[in-house]
Write a protein that binds this ligand. Structure first.
Ligand SMILES: [Zn+2]
Ligand SMILES: [Zn+2]
Length: 136
């Protein structure tokens, strides 16, 4: 698959032709805070295969495992675009809401369902993980 995307103001752009390793909706509390939404729709790729142009600012906070999670956003418009986890070196997550073609996002799992918001509705047909799924 080939994807591309950008932030709201267009200062940061990315693209990759790599195979997406998985697509999942993360319902953890930190993703809610960072996105201001019910969950973070996330596409996982090998980091080396994703090319990024523009300046990305990363904010780091400890994840569930105690290892750091780095969330990347455009410093101009604040759009959240990327996630990297020290627990999974070499991988980068792309926030699917930033895709140029939003129809390419087809979530195959829900993670951190222990924190699903009461006002959210989940797809009953995709696998659920109370916390993290196994590394792809
Ligand atoms: Zn921007
Ligand atoms: Zn999360």
């Amino acid at each position: 698959m080939s994807i591309s995307g950008k932030c709201l103001c267009g200062s940061v752009k990315y693209s990759t032709a790599a195979e997406c390793l998985n697509m999942g909706n993360c319902h953890c509390i930190d993703c809610k805070k960072a996105s201001g939404s019910g969950y973070a729709p996330t596409m996982l790729f090998p980091e080396a295969a994703v090319s990024i142009t523009g300046t990305v600012k990363f904010y780091s906070s400890p994840g569930r495992s105690g290892k750091l999670v780095h969330r990347g956003f455009c410093p101009e418009c604040g759009s959240q675009l990327f996630g990297k986890v020290d627990r999974m070196p070499g991988l980068i997550a792309v926030r699917a809401g930033s895709l140029d073609d939003l129809s390419l996002y087809k979530p195959t799992l829900d993670l951190f369902t222990c924190h699903v918001s009461a006002w959210d509705t989940l797809d009953p047909d995709i696998p659920k993980f109370e916390e993290l799924p196994p590394r792809p």
